[in-house]
Ligand binder design. Sequence first.
Ligand SMILES: [Zn+2]
Length: 147
Amino acid sequence: MIDDLPQFEPIPVRPEQELQEEEIFYPQWRCFCCQDSGLVSLYLVQLVMPKYNPDRDKWVLCQGINCNASKRWENVPIENFDTRFIPSICKKLDLINRENWRNTVKEQVNIRQLAQKLKMPGSVDRTENDNYRIQQRKQEIEQISHE
Ligand SMILES: [Zn+2]
């Protein structure tokens, strides 16, 4: 009997589905600590190590628990890397970067919504300057049509 089957609500993969339709960029990295490069992102490294200089200092290896991107560096001897970013630190950095991206996406949406509002006629209060320019244009057109 069909009545015996349970009824489920679908579970969207991403709650930001409507954002996707508006082509707002949201990265699909598996690991936001290293952005799937295996090396912790520079600005995240500098949250922990403000004086970090990637030209001078050892590259920081990502040790995120769900990250396997550092495998790409496995042929390079481990002593070439800074390995102090243990999984718990990488996890925190991953969350920070995700949050930053969420905010970036939110900002993009806000800007887009504002832009759409501005595009709608009559929705914006014209400034004095705009009114002046519109009046001027009208007079020009009237003059032309009278000639
Ligand atoms: Zn990683």
